[in-house]
Design a protein around this ligand. Structure first.
Ligand code: 0GY
Length: 333
């Protein structure tokens, strides 16, 4: 069986343009999930078809430091071991969204549905005309030549994922050996975990070398409140270890209240004000695995001034910090 989803082509959308009438709608078909998929493609919401233009004027040179490309699966098949099957989300659509929202660059993060095959991400970077860099997922089988090729292709970090619903197992010994091999490349390690796991995970994270970037605010349970022991422990980890960074991303994943994400704003604001030189921001487009609602990417951008209320903080969050990690050669020392 085939199901149809409506996908908007952003190609003709100019920055801050009037959306009405500018959108060109396509119908794309998506195959039914493959046998053995843990998550049905039909249970997963497609990305927002017509994101609003944000009210917040994103500063020139801003980086969307966490987003993905998926497929197109006819060219870049999803990994057989994946836990979900997303809708295709091609680089052209990502770059049109970047322009529509007012961003200048993207950091494309390898997601689990593509496993260790980084080719869709590398293809997107190659098409970006220097405006994208990437975070890869690699295994121990990756040769030094393969790592060189990833670097030449724009990769500046690797990702270790600890979410049980996304990866079957997170082999810590292998992660150690991989981390040691990338340490002298000037790359960093992105880690994705649930805050409830932090106590168990912290010794391991601390044993990793170099800069460690925590995804999605460390995924706090926001129902516990900003003064929870878990969030205090997370703040302590960052207080005590200057090499730990955090992405102030994904209010849409963390919220229990829904848009405009009032319940998540205090977490983002705390992280940005306390660690202004170690925070990143990204859309997380195309928002894999969202089932509660699909965020309007324009509304997500409007969260930025609520968590980074001054121009100086916005500049660090959106430009200075991501440039230091992903385009260090362009940053004057
Ligand atoms: C994200 C979050 C998710 C997915 C992945 O690698 C992934 O598949 O990270 C999620 O489901 O929470 O960063 O997009």
């Amino acid at each position: 069986m085939i199901f149809k989803i409506s996908i908007i082509n952003f190609q003709n959308v100019k920055r801050n343009g009037n959306l009405n009438g500018n959108w060109e709608e396509n119908l794309m078909t998506q195959p039914e999930r493959a046998p053995g998929d843990a998550v049905s493609a039909t249970a997963y919401l497609p990305y927002h078809p017509s994101p609003s233009a944000p009210t917040f004027a994103v500063p020139e040179g801003a980086v969307d430091a966490h987003c993905h490309v998926f497929g197109p699966s006819a060219r870049f098949p999803f990994a057989p071991e994946r836990k979900y099957t997303p809708v295709d989300a091609a680089s052209e659509t990502l770059f049109a969204l970047r322009d529509h929202l007012g961003f200048s660059r993207n950091v494309i993060v390898q997601a689990t549905c593509h496993g260790r095959d980084n080719s869709a991400m590398l293809d997107a970077i190659a098409r970006s005309d220097g405006a994208a860099r990437g975070v890869a997922v690699i295994g121990e089988e990756a040769s030094d030549d393969a790592l060189d090729a990833l670097h030449a292709g724009g990769v500046r970090g690797i990702r270790f994922n600890f979410l049980k619903r996304l990866v079957g197992n997170a082999p810590r010994d292998a992660y150690h050996r991989i981390a040691a091999r990338i340490a002298d490349r000037g790359w960093h390690i992105v880690v994705y975990f649930e805050m409830a796991e932090l106590e168990d995970l912290a010794p391991f994270l601390l044993s990793l070398p170099g800069t460690i970037v925590v995804d999605h605010m460390g995924r706090p349970d926001v129902s516990q409140g900003i003064d929870s022991a878990d969030f205090a422990g997370f703040l302590r980890l960052l207080d005590d270890n200057e090499r730990f960074w955090v992405k102030a991303t994904c209010p849409e994943r963390l919220t229990q209240a829904g848009p405009p994400y009032d319940d998540v704003i205090p977490y983002g604001r705390t992280l940005v004000s306390r660690f202004p030189d170690r925070v990143l921001w990204g859309t997380d487009w195309p928002h894999p695995n969202m089932r509660s609602h699909m965020p309007d990417d324009g509304a997500l951008v409007d969260v930025i001034p609520r968590i980074a209320p001054t121009e100086a903080l916005q500049r660090k969050l959106l430009i200075d910090n991501p440039m230091r990690l992903y385009w260090p050669e362009e940053v004057s020392r």
